[in-house]
Design a protein around this ligand. Structure first.
Ligand code: NAD
Ligand code: GLY
Length: 370
């Protein structure tokens, strides 16, 4: 078992990574069960695959479980399902001091976190992430959101969980494509500021993707420790440090928008292609060595993640993709901060990027990919 602390004064909390933790949830979550009861919010897929384990453990510890099961998929991060969830929580008489358990991927975690932040002016929540993406990224750091007609994650809050319980065994039932998409966020931590970890991904990443318990534990531990340090330093993304976590996201956002935020390109897949583009663009600007950009591309290709416009199924030209970037919520005071790199593990925030040049680069990429 490993514990990583997110140090945020009164809002500090632990992330526990433990093989089989769900089967011991009765021990780990007992302190959050007021009057011997816990409300567990999940989606239909996770309800089938993992809820029975959690329920059995809680019930064996004498904790009654009230499950709320929502549809699976990005469309659940909506006003409609937020309202449905809030009404269900109110019907169960959740009070301000209570904890709600979010069992699922980033969709359930983001939705439940947002609901918890506004229910009775704020109640508590616990994250039990069940996708690799949620275990290494979205369950930590307190960003919560639903989507709006105008774009993804545009309505939300910062609301930290009280505890994050990670059981890598839950990944056994996750579809392989979802595991690969989450792996992009693992690679991201190496590319941001940990070249040794990127080198580990190059040689050992395939073991993680194949479900090796040691590789999973190591990669999840490294990832959450990196994220916890960044969040402790810049909880609300004001100093620029937390913005580093958006590596690949500005290009990725444009790719996701072009593919309609659909199953054609999952978020993690868009981040993968976006990171490859960010490194190749950095090399084109002579900020980083060509070999570094090639290493990033080669690794993403080796693990069968998208690494260019063609493998991301994107057909739009540079101007159209840049137009999507202008709708990104990271736009501030009319400029779009871009994450570029001076090498592997040397990501930085640039405010000097010329969008017409980015469009020209993307047209070159389009021509090269055929
Ligand atoms: P997701 O929650 O939709 O889960 C992916 C799919 O896997 C779903 O169909 C789900 O039902 C299924 N699933 C989840 N766990 C499973 C399991 N153990 N076994 C079988 N099936 C399982 O997607 P995601 O990739 O986890 O999260 C994406 C969301 O996360 C996006 O909305 C994104 O905006 C958000 N996100 C938030 C943050 C943050 O900091 N808050 C960071 C990154 C991404
Ligand atoms: N996933 C980006 C962040 O948490 O800031």
């Amino acid at each position: 078992m490993a514990i990583v602390r997110v140090a945020l004064d009164a809002r500090s909390y632990d992330i526990m990574i433990e093989q089989g933790a769900l089967d011991r949830a009765g021990d780990h979550l007992a302190r959050y069960a007021r009057k011997g009861r816990l409300v567990v919010v999940t989606d239909e897929h996770v309800a089938r695959a993992q809820l029975p384990r959690l329920e059995a453990s809680l019930r064996a510890a004498g904790i009654a479980v009230e499950p709320i099961i929502l549809p699976a998929g990005e469309q659940t991060k909506s006003w409609r399902h937020l309202e449905q969830l809030l009404d269900a929580l109110l019907a169960l008489e959740i009070e301000r001091g209570d904890h709600v358990v979010a069992l699922g991927g980033g969709v359930i975690g983001d939705l439940v976190g947002f609901a918890a932040s506004i229910l009775k002016r704020g109640c508590h929540f616990v994250q039990v992430p069940t996708t690799l993406l949620a275990q290494v990224d979205s369950s930590v750091g307190g960003k919560t959101a639903i989507n709006a007609a105008a774009g993804k994650n545009l309505i939300g809050s910062f609301h930290q969980p009280s505890f994050v319980l990670i059981d890598p065994i839950t990944l056994d039932t996750l579809p392989a494509r979802e595991t690969r998409a989450g792996y992009a966020e693992v690679v991201k931590y190496g590319l941001i500021d940990d070249p040794d970890f990127f080198a580990w991904c190059e040689t050992e990443g395939h073991r993680l993707l194949a479900g090796d318990p040691q590789a999973r534990k190591y990669a999840i531990g490294k990832s959450v420790a990196a994220k916890a340090a960044i969040v402790a330093d810049d909880e609300r993304e004001t100093s620029g440090r937390r913005a580093l976590l958006n590596l690949g996201h500005t290009f990725g956002h444009a790719l996701e928008a072009d593919t309609g935020f659909s199953d054609t390109l999952l978020h993690g897949e868009a981040v993968a292609a976006g990171m490859a583009l960010a490194f190749r663009y950095s090399a084109r600007l002579r900020l980083c060595a060509q070999e570094d950009a090639e290493r990033v591309t080669a690794h993403l290709k080796a693990v069968k993640l998208p690494y260019n416009l063609a493998t991301a199924h994107v057909k739009a030209d540079g101007a159209a993709l840049v137009a999507h970037m202008l709708h990104d919520k990271k736009m501030a005071a009319g400029t779009l901060p871009f994450l570029l790199a001076r090498g592997i593990g040397k990501t930085f925030l640039s405010k000097d990027v010329v969008l017409s040049d980015v469009a020209a680069f993307l047209d070159e990429e389009r021509a090269a990919a055929g």
